[in-house]
Design a protein around this ligand. Structure first.
Ligand code: ATP
Length: 351
């Protein structure tokens, strides 16, 4: 089941277009207010766009402001399933009855629906929870039952809105493993703020910012060679945007970062980005002496613990340094320092 999405919701400043191939999982990424939940709501039929269309294989679910008659398929008739942060199980039904609800409502007999529900509960390792009411389930258990309920309805398109966000960090990995298994063949759109979800679950990512698609592509490509500031930050990489020089990128302020041009190399003078890891950055109090390294004068904005290291943030840029060097250099917000990175650590891509 493949999906075509081209929608605009003027009131929310959202205007996005992307496709989901059959069996593919696409992650919608982006900062708060980017339009991710709005897009999911339109896909699930909870919100009507001002214009655009949503097409699942050959069936038009939504069509507004296009040539031809408007079309609108009601949420329950779309065969899409939405799983949100909060599992939203029916409180008066057992776990098994909750999961059987979808098969029942698509016309299956009671016995068949219960058999399907039992199969899905087993699939999510929740067989022993079958007779419990939602109030007797932990957050992680309830979310597993909600996953079974969503999948038992055999949705043509599964919509996941930060399904791990409300869970303990201890529970999230098990659920992620479960999703990895059950999403393999399922056409899915997932909204997430976690890089691991994108890496482990999504074939492709679509990055939204300010209601627009700013970048999309195979997950590994976008996260290792981000073109947008958001994707770089999401992937934990530094990104400097500017125009291409023969061996680097010139920032609007004239500072040039030298690096290794990607393939194909950006055209001289065209928009380009330089990408490098925070761990490749050394922090100096003054300009580095003599060597031909890249030097970026910056103002420290924030220090964050990062395992054994400290992430030194300077606006959009970051350097990972040892606790000893933070002490030695007396790093603190407001400190004027130089981020230094070797050209061999910098990759340059066309934007
Ligand atoms: N119910 C609503 N009514 C009107 N505007 C809304 C509503 N919900 C969201 N918006 C606006 O629509 C835009 C897109 O918001 P949306 O919730 O889709 O973003 P998001 O990417 O899901 O953000 P977050 O990561 O914070 O959930 C924002 O400008 C937001 O303020």
């Amino acid at each position: 089941m493949s999906a075509l999405v081209e929608i605009a919701v003027a009131e929310r400043g959202v205007d996005v277009a992307f496709e989901v191939a059959d069996g593919e999982t696409v992650a919608l990424l982006g900062p708060n207010g980017a339009g991710k939940s709005t897009t999911l709501a339109v896909l699930g039929g909870l919100l009507r766009p001002d214009s655009g269309r949503v097409v699942l294989d050959d069936e038009v679910l939504t069509s507004t402001g296009q040539t031809g008659p408007d079309r609108w398929v009601a949420p329950h008739a779309r065969r899409t399933a939405l799983l949100a942060q909060d599992p939203l199980l029916f409180p008066h039904l057992s776990a098994l009855e909750n999961v059987a609800f979808g098969p029942r409502s698509t016309g299956n007999g009671r016995r068949d629906a219960r058999a399907t529900a039992a199969r899905w509960l087993a699939e999510v390792d929740a067989t022993e929870l079958a007779d419990r009411r939602p109030a007797q389930l932990s957050g992680g258990q309830a979310q597993r039952v909600a996953v079974a309920r969503a999948l038992a309805a055999e949705p043509r398109l599964l919509l996941l809105d930060e399904p791990m966000a409300a869970l303990d960090v201890a529970v999230a990995p098990a659920l992620r493993t479960l999703f990895r298994r059950v999403l393999a063949e399922q056409t899915t759109v997932i909204v997430t703020h976690h890089v691991l979800d994108a890496l482990l679950l999504a074939d492709r990512v679509v990055v939204l910012d300010g209601g627009r698609v700013v970048e999309q592509g195979a997950t590994a490509d976008v996260l290792s060679r981000p073109r947008s500031a958001f994707a770089a930050r999401f992937a934990g990489l530094n990104l400097v945007a500017g125009t291409a020089t023969p061996d680097g990128v010139r920032r609007p302020d004239g500072v040039v970062l030298h690096g290794t041009p990607g393939d194909p190399p950006p055209v001289d003078g065209a928009a380009a980005v330089a990408v490098f890891r925070p761990s490749a950055v050394a922090v100096h109090r003054g300009p580095p002496g003599g060597s031909p390294r890249n030097a970026l004068p910056v103002l420290v904005t924030e220090l964050e613990p990062l395992g054994d290291l400290v992430r030194v943030r300077a606006g959009d840029l970051a350097a990972d340094v040892t606790v000893a060097s933070v002490a030695e250099l007396a790093l603190a917000p407001g400190a004027e320092v130089t981020f230094v990175v070797k050209a061999t650590e910098v990759d340059v891509y066309a934007r």
